[in-house]
Write a protein that binds this ligand. Structure first.
Ligand code: 6MZ
Length: 345
């Protein structure tokens, strides 16, 4: 995967000893979205096939061509909202069982293959989708089948719900996740993601409670933008999540709960910088958790648009300012250990 932007600069500033240290460090990737993590080369292959079988002048053909162009250069986002418009083009390319299997295989390979894999353990997350060629159960089973190429100590699945979902869909997805777990499949958690300002969070509580009862871990994207209200955040915290995605704009009351309950924060540095929810590393909310040794885990979020890698995200920790936070090896090792401890497995 090509690394560009702030993480590339951090990587470039490292000594070879530092780079070796980061590559060999045992660490977990706990916040990676499947459709946001497809290698560009795989997506381009899928696009070529898609365009060959769909009328070149169709509306979806235009959207795919435009999406590939944007993703090749790397999107320039004025705000987080712009980010979500990238996905319809990607979804058009992963809507058959074969295409989804190939995309999943490529994502797993990026994180887990090679002499020195990016991570020692991966929790990959994805939102089940009903397409013309698959129902939601088939979608999840295709992803799980690809995971079967790896040992259970290496990879597991988090099933995502989306803030825009209605109760019928939530019921179906959480029911599916619980059923697959009971069957012994490697489904370890439920996530809440999607447009951070959409949806009514009261609706989700019974479904999250059911998931927890079934032994699934719970991770929620929370307070991702400055526009998320304290009420929205508190409603989500009431579900008793184990981990929180981003948690960028928590107020004092929310921070007190997070610290007391030791909820692990999934930190996605490049994602936050590119989506402009954080202006720089110096003022990034990771700092407040580092100060008090609160559980955090460093994650990539979506390596396709953000052009990063897990090692590159760790480079942002150890690189000297202005390229990174300038942490020492002991501090970085501690963070990597926290990532392994926060896994749902
Ligand atoms: C919120 C995000 C996200 O599930 O189709 N997603 N949701 N915040 C983010 N941070 C920038 N990045 C990705 O993967 C893509 C989906 O994950 C969610 C969005 O809902 C996106 O459509 P899957 O595999």
């Amino acid at each position: 995967m090509e690394v560009a932007g702030p993480a590339a600069q951090a990587l470039k500033s490292l000594t070879s000893a530092q780079l070796d240290f980061l590559r060999l460090l045992p660490k977990a990737e706990l916040h990676a979205h499947l459709n946001g993590s497809i290698p560009l080369s795989t997506l381009k292959e899928l696009a070529t096939e898609f365009l060959a079988t769909n009328s070149a002048s169709s509306k979806s053909g235009d959207a795919v061509r435009e999406g590939i162009e944007i993703l090749t250069v790397g999107p320039t986002l004025d705000e987080l909202n712009d980010f979500f418009s990238l996905f319809p083009a990607i979804y058009a390319l992963t809507s058959t069982p074969d295409a989804l299997a190939r995309a999943t295989r490529a994502v797993l390979s990026v994180f887990l293959d090679g002499d020195v894999p990016q991570c020692s353990y991966l929790e990959l997350r994805t939102t089940p989708k009903k397409t013309g060629a698959m129902d939601m159960e088939k979608y999840i089973r295709v992803v799980l089948e690809e995971m079967d190429r790896y040992g259970r100590e290496k990879v597991a699945l988090i099933v995502s719900t989306d803030r825009r979902m209605d109760t019928k869909t939530l019921e179906a997805i959480v029911g599916l996740a619980c059923k697959l777990r009971e069957e012994g499949e490697r489904v370890v958690g439920i996530d809440l993601c999607g447009d951070p300002l959409a949806g009514e969070m009261d609706l989700f509580a019974p479904y999250f409670a059911r998931a927890k009862q079934a032994g699934l871990g719970l991770t929620l994207h929370i307070a991702e933008t400055i526009h998320n209200t304290p009420q929205d955040t508190l409603k989500l915290l009431k579900n008793g999540p184990d981990r929180l995605g981003h948690a960028t704009f928590l107020n004092e009351e929310a921070i007190a709960i997070v610290l007391e309950k030791k909820m692990c924060i999934e930190i996605c540095l490049t994602s936050n910088l590119i989506c402009k929810t954080a202006s720089d590393l110096e003022t990034h909310h990771i700092q407040q958790y580092l100060k008090v040794d609160h559980p955090i885990t460093i994650c990539t979020d979506d390596i396709l648009p953000f052009k990063t890698s897990l090692v590159a995200e760790y480079a942002l920790l150890i690189a000297r300012p202005p390229f990174g936070l300038g942490l020492n090896e002991a501090q970085v090792k501690r963070i990597a250990e926290m990532s392994l401890e926060a896994a749902f497995k």
